[in-house]
Ligand binder design. Structure first.
Ligand SMILES: [Zn+2]
Ligand SMILES: [Zn+2]
Length: 381
């Protein structure tokens, strides 16, 4: 038994391309799906503590049951096929054991009754659904049209970014409470009903454009401050420390930065009083574009690249090339950087290297959260 367990441990630390045609890729898919299904079953058992109220009011539990059933069938089917074909037996045996455990615990049929809406919770449902959806979309487009063709899915330091991703999702409830509290504390005095009425009476498309533009201008200002104020850079250096960019890399953020940036942007949007319909679309846009901008995805954007932030544009922001330092701050509209003369000027398509100059950031979620408080010398050149 110790051999399969040490092989499993190695799976979490190994990087690089998985060997093709030996059942490893399908085994990893079966194993990952099985774990997500098991986590889903646990969330069904304790929905008041393991699901996100904002999310569960929007999705149908019956649809989730079908998704889980499909996940169990696919995962179990792959694992059994690989076991029969004698391919990576230890991994597929683990996958099958987790599928059996998930089914034994009730699988997709666990009843979900009424429960109180105001318990403290971990956003496990948000983690499962976002991981599943983002993996399907982004690994597909990254494989279809990669910026860097040889970049593997399990690239260097993927586990650190995965832990950032997981904890950001688990803590969504706590983060919402803190952000809401701070917005009302710091921006509550500034609301002015006639202004909010005027904003809400704009045509829908204009209001949406104004919302995203306002958000990006505030984001530009806070982001630039995070680069130019040495105390703030210590926090933002965490985000810049990744040396390989893909859809998961954008999750690498210090929690202080996550909260302060959200409070600044949402605080200003709250004061301006954008309508709920516009805010709902903005939240989807910002979530999608934040992931897309970091992804290893190439697309013939044409002149659009002077208007919208593309993965190439944000890749240059993460470059450690001297000419690219403190450039390309925008998150939605690249024209902001062109207008304010902070866009990278280069003839090259992509940078040569990523990360922070001096490479001083430790690996690992906790070490990176502690970094701003333990660091002594100003790191930036
Ligand atoms: Zn930055
Ligand atoms: Zn970034």
């Amino acid at each position: 038994m110790s051999q399969p367990i040490s092989s499993l441990k190695k799976l979490y630390t190994q990087t690089g391309h998985l060997p093709q045609g030996v059942g490893k890729v399908s085994g990893v898919i079966a194993y990952s799906l099985a774990i997500l299904c098991l986590l889903g079953v646990i969330a069904f058992h304790f929905p008041q503590y393991l699901s996100t109220p904002e999310l569960r009011h929007k999705y149908s539990v019956d649809v989730l049951r079908y998704i889980m059933l499909a996940g169990l069938v696919i995962s179990g089917g792959i694992a059994i096929a690989n076991l029969i074909l004698n391919r990576v037996r230890w991994l597929n045996a683990f996958a099958l054991a987790i599928v059996v455990l998930a089914v034994a615990l009730g699988g997709p049929t666990v009843p979900v009754g009424d429960f109180p809406d105001n318990t403290p919770y971990i956003g496990l449902d948000w983690f499962i659904l976002d991981l599943l959806g983002s993996t399907l979309i982004f690994i597909f487009i990254e494989k279809l049209r990669p910026l860097y063709k040889d970049q593997p899915v399990f690239r260097e330091a993927w586990l650190t970014d995965f832990v950032h991703f997981a904890i950001n999702h688990f803590l969504i409830g706590l983060s919402l409470i803190i952000v809401n509290f701070l917005i009302h504390r710091f921006f509550g005095w500034a609301t002015y009903a006639p202004l909010q009425n005027a904003v809400q009476s704009l045509p829908f498309a204009v209001e949406l454009f104004a919302c995203v533009l306002t958000a990006d201008l505030v984001q530009y200002a806070t982001h630039r401050a995070y680069h130019e104020v040495p105390f703030l850079w210590r926090f933002h250096a965490v985000h810049h420390s990744t040396k390989t960019l893909d859809w998961m890399a954008g999750s690498r953020l210090h929690l202080f930065e996550v909260i302060t940036t959200r409070v600044s942007i949402l605080g200003v949007l709250y004061v301006l009083g954008f309508s709920e319909a516009v805010m709902n679309i903005y939240v989807v846009i910002v979530g999608f574009q934040a992931v897309l901008n970091h992804s290893n995805f190439s697309f013939p954007w044409g002149p659009l690249k002077y208007v919208l932030v593309t993965p190439e544009f944000h890749h240059w922001h993460h470059s450690s090339d001297k000419a690219a330092l403190d450039r390309n701050y925008a998150a939605h509209f690249s024209f902001i950087d062109y207008a304010l003369r902070t866009a990278v000027k280069t003839d090259r398509h992509l940078p040569e290297a990523y990360g922070v100059l001096g490479d001083y950031m430790p690996e690992g979620f906790l070490r990176q959260q502690a970094f701003p408080f333990t660091y002594r010398e100003p790191p930036k050149e």
